[in-house]
Ligand binder design. Sequence first.
Ligand SMILES: Cc1cc2nc3c(=O)[nH]c(=O)nc-3n(C[C@H](O)[C@H](O)[C@H](O)COP(=O)(O)OP(=O)(O)OC[C@H]3O[C@@H](n4cnc5c(N)ncnc54)[C@H](O)[C@@H]3O)c2cc1C
Length: 380
Amino acid sequence: MNATFDFDICIVGAGVVGLAITQALAPHYRVLLIERHSRAGEETSSRNSEVIHAGIYYPHDSLKQRWCLRGKTLLYEFCQRYHTPFNKIGKLIVAQSEQLSQLQALHQHGQKAGVELYWLQAAELKQREPAVSAAAALYSPSTGIIDSHALLQQLEALAVNEGALVQYRSELMAAQAQDVGWQLTIATADGPFELNCHTLINSAGLGAQSVAQACSGNNQPRHIPPLYPCRGQYFRYHGRNPVQHLIYPIPDANLTGLGIHTTVDLAGQLKLGPDTHYQNQTDDYHVDEHARSQFAQAAQRYLPDLEEHRLQPDYSGIRPKLSGPSMPARDFFPWFSEFGSPNPFLHLFGIESPGLTASLAIAEAVTNWLQTGENHYLMP
Ligand SMILES: Cc1cc2nc3c(=O)[nH]c(=O)nc-3n(C[C@H](O)[C@H](O)[C@H](O)COP(=O)(O)OP(=O)(O)OC[C@H]3O[C@@H](n4cnc5c(N)ncnc54)[C@H](O)[C@@H]3O)c2cc1C
């Protein structure tokens, strides 16, 4: 790219997606990553279930499905290569007798996507998980858990080692399209400063719409999809973890969330969540302790001996959804400039779950797009 620019590429947002893209591009370009907080992953990337999803649920050929399947493979390889803590613990999706047809539909859907899945009858399920009560289950051996903080640290170390500049306490305020490239105004603790870059990549998560709105010139996205922040709360279970796998119920029909499920962290601690609360704020992370009995009842449908008094409010995360309550789920939505544009940009909207799993696949697609100019890497 042109040496008259301060940077070839500026990436906005040091969540897992911005960091994954930065470390992928750093060997090839002069890259700046800016983040408004004082460290990486302060928002959604450190407020999730830390599950490496198998890719069972998403519509066929959607970006969520494609990037989840590819991202899962890349993430397991990454963890092995860089010793990032993970555990391919496996997951059970459990169904009561009136839900068997939904479980069958999920089985077919997942198998069509190429996900390894096994049907377990009640007796087999009892053998595997004596504490779980259900009529049948789907076993997904390729689902796992990961230490998301270790992943963020490793991605940042790789990016910096390859020469990327990662700048914290730096918030993108404006991006003005120039004859070629972009002039950026960035707010810092030392006041605003300006720099220019050739290509702008917006991986600002819950801030992606605001960043897109801050872009001026003919290249502002023609359609900025509305943001519907959706908080998901977690409760921690203080007691012996009675299960070996991640246990999920049948998801709700429009996939707002995957249902209140049990996950385990790498220390073996059980937690329940997340639920779904649409809200206007993108910074309200409160956990309502009155939700305890609702969490207990949801989990007791398949874990009858779970004791409500052992549940303690833990943390919450906010999904950057592109669909509101009762609306059909929407796919990840990359909005990017046409090949040869003098002001290349990519806005990544709606990177909700499975964005953690998909992060390395998104980085791969962005690299391919930049290097070949081919759009299909970013299209469902
Ligand atoms: C409750 C919940 C559970 C989830 N569970 C899973 C799961 O188990 N598995 C999975 O695969 N995915 C899961 N996800 C999804 C996953 O966490 C996200 O898709 C992923 O973390 C998104 O990463 P990101 O980098 O796009 O966004 P973020 O982590 O939000 O990073 C964006 C960054 O941009 C910064 N920023 C915003 N605006 C500006 C600006 N103007 N200037 C500078 N910086 C800015 C923010 O400060 C932030 O750090 C879950 C999400 C939630 C909410």
